[in-house]
Design a protein around this ligand. Structure first.
Ligand code: GZL
Ligand code: ZN
Length: 354
């Protein structure tokens, strides 16, 4: 429903009303008034935004959905058609095709993984429907297939978290080769997984840590617990668990504690350190205060208002920035690490007091 001026009343009624108004205000020619009254009685159709959300796998995703829905409520000229892809790209492609048939004014896509979007985004372009990408990235030949992308720098999140671990190990004089890490990865092929995995691989290489294994936990608590259990059967020297989101961390902690392990940062006394990403889940944040999760690199889900600004910009004839990175922090209860430095830039650590 491409938005255009539409009459809220049929022409006959409008004419009759014009006649009455003309007689009432004594104007001889109803022509004089016909435009202004007609225009006033016409309202703009709402701008329709079709949003293909990838799923509902995590607290981050729920917060992201909430942020998007509350930015397009239907109350101020915008309305949203929402589709949950249940973490399947095929469902998201179907949703986009449905939006095209419905002639929405904009499509917003939170892609489950980076590849395989060229064809359907070309169909949206051929239908003259602008597309905005949020959160994870799309890997397309022709970047004109989307107006802009809004999300996080996932590799930077990982660099912050691994710099925190590096400082911790140095402060505690733990030799690099005594850091035995497993990575419970996110959904394979998702930008968040790609960036967070790369950040850890680079740091392990740079500092000489022993990166034992990388296994996907699909960003869910259930899978995170399952993967942690099997890793504990495979390795008896794990002392750092790097979880690519908080829901996986909660699952991993359940498995660690059920296996009789103590979760914390006192590696020298045999505790197992958990590092995580997001910082949305209340329990995960309380675990940071308790020291069960040693540090969380924040991933900001509140992208709705930024998408709204981008669409407002296009509506008023402007061009939004092609890439917009949201600001993010890093949380820890450890008072001795107050900042981390990545590429010569210092990032303060938010110390989450007990
Ligand atoms: C990150 C987002 C990730 C979150 C996970 O922007 O894509 O997906 O870190 C979520 O919690 O499942
Ligand atoms: Zn150093």
């Amino acid at each position: 429903m491409k938005h255009r001026l539409k009459s809220i009343l049929c022409p006959v009624v409008v004419t009759a009303m014009l006649l009455c108004m003309a007689v009432a205000c004594g104007t001889t020619s109803i022509e004089e008034n016909s435009n202004t009254v007609e225009e006033e009685m016409i309202e703009k159709e709402p701008i329709v935004v079709g949003f293909s959300q990838l799923g509902a796998e995590s607290d981050w995703r729920s917060a992201n959905t909430q942020s998007m829905k509350s930015s397009f409520t239907g109350l101020d000229g915008y309305t949203m058609i929402f589709d949950d892809g249940q973490q399947k790209q095929a469902n998201q492609i179907m949703a986009i095709r449905k939006f095209i048939q419905q002639e929405v004014d904009y499509i917003v896509l939170a892609p489950v993984t980076e590849n395989g979007w060229d064809t359907v985004l070309q169909e949206a372009k051929d239908a003259n429907i602008p597309v905005i990408i949020v959160d994870r990235r799309v890997n397309v030949e022709d970047e004109s297939l989307f107006v802009c992308w809004i999300g996080s720098d996932f590799e930077l999140e990982a660099q912050k978290a691994t710099e925190w671990l590096h400082q911790y190990a140095e402060n505690k004089k733990i030799p690099a080769q005594d850091i035995h890490i497993v990575n419970i990865q996110g959904t394979l092929g998702a930008s968040a997984q790609i960036g967070r995995t790369k950040g850890l691989q680079d740091a392990a290489e740079k500092y000489g840590w022993d990166l034992l294994a990388e296994v996907t936990g699909d960003f869910t608590q259930t899978k995170g617990k399952e993967v942690m259990k099997s890793l504990l059967q495979e390795y008896d020297n794990i002392n750092v668990v790097y979880c690519e989101n908080d829901n996986e961390a909660l699952g991993a902690i359940e498995a660690l504690e059920e296996a009789g392990k103590k979760v914390g940062s006192n590696l020298i006394n045999g505790e197992v350190m958990v590092i995580s990403f997001d910082g949305i889940n209340e329990k995960a944040r309380s675990y940071v205060q308790e020291g069960k999760i040693s540090c969380i690199a924040e991933c900001n889900p509140l992208l709705g208002p930024l998408v709204r600004v981008a669409i407002d910009t296009v509506e008023s004839g402007g061009v939004p920035n092609k890439y917009y990175y949201v600001n993010e922090e890093i949380f820890s209860a450890n008072p001795n690490i107050t900042s981390v430095t990545v590429d010569k830039k210092e990032y303060p650590v938010t110390i989450v007091a007990k």
